[in-house]
Design a binder for this molecule. Structure first.
Ligand code: 6PG
Length: 470
C-alpha cells in the first residue's frame, strides 16, 4: 500500500505541525514516531486531515507506505539521533530514496552526511526550517541545502507548505551540502541578537524608567506599526500585555531571568570566529545568555557590589529615542549576519544567493521583519557590499545612530548593561574609523615577536628600531 507522496519521521511538536501542514496542502503523508502511542494520538487528533495521513507502526510499514522514489523528512533532535535514524532507515530504502533532515543540524554534520550519501550514491538534503510551532503548521521559512536535483524533487511540496511573501514561497535552495543548515544557523544568531537588543531596551524601560510590563508591551505594540515591524517586536508587545492566571501578575514579572539555548547561537559565533568574520552584536547576545545562566553568581555580585542605581534622569529618555536606537541596532545585527554568510559562501565555495536569503526570511521565520524586503533590494543591488553601506541603510543608520549613542551612553553611565546595543554602536564606530589603533598592536607584535608590519608610506614588510633606541 504505497499511497503516501512523502514521509515524515518524528512527531514532536515541529514534526506533528509540519505533517498537518503537508496533509492540508493535499499531499498524502506517511508518519512514524519511535513511540507508537504518539502516532496514534496524533492521527486521532488530526480531524479531517487524518484522511491524508498514513500512520505507520514500524519503519518497515512506514517505508512501504510511501510511493517510490521516496522522499522522507526527519524532524528529530539534532546530533546523534539523526545518524542513528539514517542508519536504521537506509537499509530499508532504495538507492534513489531521498532523506531530508529538517532539524536544527550543525552544518558540519550535514556536510558529513551529504558526503557519506554522495559516496554511497544516494540523495540527501539538509533543510533549515524556521517559524516555531505556528510556522511549521501554517507556513515556515525553508532554507535548502544539498544537490540541486534532490531539491528540485521536493521543491513543489516544500514551496506549497512554506510561508508566502506576496505570493512568493519562502522556500529557497541555498547551495550544496550544509549550506541550508548554515543559513539557518546564522538566522538563529541574528534571532539571538534581535531578542537580546529588545531585552536591553526593555531593561531600560523597566529599571531606568520604572515602567511596568503593560506599559512596555504597549510601546512595543505601537512600534510594530512602524519601521521596527517584525515578529519579535509584535510578540514582545503581546508578552508585555499577558497576565499570569495564577497570581494575576504580569507574566514577565514571574519569569526567572535565566535564558536557555540549544546551541545554534553559539555555533554562529564559533563559525564566525573560524572564518574571521566580525559579528560582535551576535557574540554579545550569546554571551549575555551565558551570563544570564550564572544566576547565583549574579546574585552574589549584587550583594557584594550593590545593584546599579536604578532610575534615569527624568526626561532623558523618550520612547522615540529607544525606538530609534533599536532601529540602528537591528540594521547592524542583520548586516553582521549577512557579512558572515558572505564570508562562509566564499570560504566554502557555495555562492549563496544573498538577496534570496533576505527574501526567504521575509515571512514565516522568527526574524521576519519589514526591513528584510529593503535588505533584499540592497543585496540585489550589490551582494558584496556590507548592508550598512547600501545607500538606503547608510541613510537609515546615519539618522538613527545618534539615538543609539545617547541610549548606550545613558545606560552605561547609570550602570545598566546593554551588551548588544553597545556592541552595535562600537562596531559602527569601528567601521567608520579610517585610521584605527591597530598600528599599536602591529608595533607590539613586531616588538616582542618580530612579526613585522606594513608601513603607511612604503611597500613591503618592515621591523621597528626596537632596542636600538632604548
Ligand atoms: C526558529 C527557531 C528555532 C529555535 C528556537 C530555540 O527559527 O524557528 O530558531 O529553530 O530552535 O528559537 O532556540 P534556542 O533554544 O537556542 O533559543
Amino acid at each position: 500500500m504505497s499511497s503516501a507522496q512523502i514521509g515524515l519521521i518524528g512527531l514532536g511538536t515541529m514534526g506533528a505541525m509540519l505533517s498537518l501542514n503537508i496533509a492540508e496542502k493535499g499531499f498524502p503523508v506517511a508518519v512514524y514516531n519511535r513511540t507508537a502511542a504518539r502516532t496514534r494520538d496524533f492521527v486521532a487528533n488530526a480531524g479531517e486531515l487524518a484522511a491524508n495521513i498514513v500512520p505507520a507502526k514500524s519503519l518497515e510499514e512506514f517505508v512501504a507506505a510511501i510511493t517510490p522514489p521516496r522522499n522522507i523528512i526527519l524532524m528529530i533532535p539534532a546530533g546523534e539521533p539523526v545518524d542513528e535514524q539514517i542508519a536504521a532507515l537506509r537499509p530499508l530504502l532504495d538507492g534513489d530514496d531521498l532523506i531530508i533532515d529538517a532539524g536544527n543540524a550543525n552544518f558540519h554534520d550535514t556536510d558529513r552526511r551529504a558526503r557519506d550519501a554522495a559516496a554511497a550514491g544516494v540523495p540527501y538534503l539538509g533543510i533549515g526550517v524556521s517559524g516555531g510551532e505556528e510556522g511549521a503548521r501554517h507556513g515556515p521559512s525553508i532554507m535548502g541545502g544539498g544537490t540541486q536535483a534532490a531539491w528540485a524533487r521536493v521543491a513543489p511540496v516544500l514551496q506549497a507548505i512554506a510561508a508566502k511573501y506576496e505570493g512568493q514561497p519562502c522556500a529557497v535552495y541555498m547551495g550544496p551540502d550544509g549550506a541550508g543548515h548554515f543559513v539557518k544557523t546564522v538566522h538563529n544568531g541574528i534571532e539571538y541578537a534581535d531578542m537580546q537588543m529588545i531585552a536591553e531596551i526593555y531593561g531600560i524601560m523597566r529599571d531606568g524608567l520604572g515602567q511596568d510590563a503593560k506599559r512596555v508591551g504597549e510601546t512595543f505594540a505601537a512600534w510594530n506599526g512602524g519601521p521596527l515591524r517584525s515578529y519579535l517586536v509584535e510578540i514582545t508587545g503581546e508578552i508585555g500585555a499577558a497576565t499570569d492566571p495564577d497570581t494575576g501578575r504580569p507574566v514577565l514579572d514571574i519569569i526567572l531571568d535565566r535564558a536557555g539555548q540549544k546551541g545554534t547561537g553559539r555555533w554562529t559565533v564559533i563559525e564566525a570566529q573560524h572564518l574571521g568574520a566580525p559579528i560582535p552584536v551576535i557574540e554579545a547576545a550569546v554571551t549575555a545568555r551565558n551570563v544570564s545562566a550564572a544566576l547565583a553568581t549574579r546574585k552574589s555580585g549584587e550583594a557584594l557590589f550593590g545593584a546599579a542605581p536604578s532610575g534615569l534622569p527624568a526626561g532623558a529618555v523618550s520612547d522615540a529615542m529607544l525606538e530609534s536606537a533599536l532601529i540602528a541596532g537591528k540594521v547592524m545585527c542583520y548586516a553582521q549576519g549577512f557579512d558572515l554568510l558572505r564570508a562562509a559562501g566564499t570560504a566554502f565555495g557555495w555562492s549563496l544567493p544573498m538577496p534570496a536569503v533576505a527574501e526567504v526570511w521575509r515571512e514565516g521565520c522568527i526574524i521576519r521583519s519589514a526591513m528584510l524586503n529593503d535588505m533584499a533590494t540592497a543585496l540585489a543591488d550589490d551582494a558584496d557590499r556590507n548592508l550598512m553601506f547600501a545607500p538606503y541603510f547608510a541613510d537609515l543608520v546615519g539618522r538613527h545612530v545618534p539615538a543609539l549613542r545617547k541610549t548606550v551612553a545613558l545606560a552605561l553611565t547609570h550602570g545598566q548593561p546593554v551588551p548588544a546595543l553597545s556592541a552595535a554602536l562600537t562596531w559602527f564606530d569601528m567601521m567608520r574609523t579610517g585610521r584605527s589603533t591597530a598600528n599599536m598592536v602591529q608595533a607590539q607584535r613586531d616588538f616582542f615577536g618580530a612579526h613585522s608590519f606594513e608601513r603607511v608610506d612604503r611597500d613591503g614588510a618592515h621591523h621597528g628600531p626596537w632596542g636600538d633606541q632604548a
